[in-house]
Design a protein around this ligand. Structure first.
Ligand code: URA
Length: 212
């Protein structure tokens, strides 16, 4: 599996503030956004570009431009929404689809799809799946298969933190014929008995939006 874990002091610093339980939601949201922008550099390495003739104030040249149709960014609701702003800043031409998936708390590897706002046909589209916490890996596998079944050309998952158990699950369960890449800021120690990442950062959705 094509996995990229960022290794950079700026990422480490921002992650530490993000994890701190005393960090307020407003700072937490800003940090998620900044971390996604840093991840986007790696995540978009294979984004398709085409030649574009332009004129600078000095001379004509052939530049590069993101190809059409534009990539699709798919946040997994609800926590993935916190990563959307950073990702769209980096790819302003991207279209955005939404996928509402959550784990069944009584059976954490099983997924419930409760919302879907995506083009039915994703043929030839490059997709960026954004979800901050790769815990059991169940959501990521289900969401990736969902996009691939609709014809997505390649799928890049962008997560903030991962657990080794989740990475193993993805490696074992993901259809190997799917062109898939995963970018993370860090891989933590383990999952606890409630399937939270340890040391992690707690519930990403609650920390982004407050407890509902
Ligand atoms: N989802 C979260 O928000 N946090 C975790 O630690 C695991 C899954």
């Amino acid at each position: 599996m094509d996995i990229h874990v960022l290794n950079h002091p700026l990422v480490d610093h921002k992650l530490t503030v993000l994890r701190d339980k005393n960090t307020p939601s407003s700072t937490f949201r800003e940090l998620i956004s900044e971390l996604v922008m840093l991840e986007a550099y790696e995540a978009t390495r294979d984004v398709e570009v085409v030649d574009k003739p332009i004129e600078t104030p000095v001379a004509p040249m052939i530049g590069k431009h993101i190809a059409s149709p534009a990539p699709i960014i798919v946040p997994v609701l609800r926590a993935g929404l916190g990563m959307l702003d950073g990702m769209t800043k980096m790819i302003p031409s991207a279209e955005v689809g939404f996928l509402g998936m959550k784990r069944n708390e009584e059976n954490p590897t099983e997924q419930i799809t409760y919302a879907n706002r995506l083009p039915e046909d994703l043929t030839g589209r490059q997709c960026f799946l954004i979800d901050p916490m790769l815990a059991t890996g169940g959501t990521l596998v289900a969401a990736t298969h969902y996009l691939a079944e609709r014809g997505a050309k390649d799928i890049t998952a962008v997560c903030i933190l991962g657990a080794p158990e989740g990475l193993k699950f993805v490696e074992e369960k993901l259809d190997p014929s799917i062109k898939f890449k995963l970018v993370l800021c860090a891989v933590d120690e383990k999952l606890n008995d409630k399937c939270y990442i340890v040391p992690g950062l707690g519930d990403a959705g609650d920390r982004l939006y407050g407890v509902i």
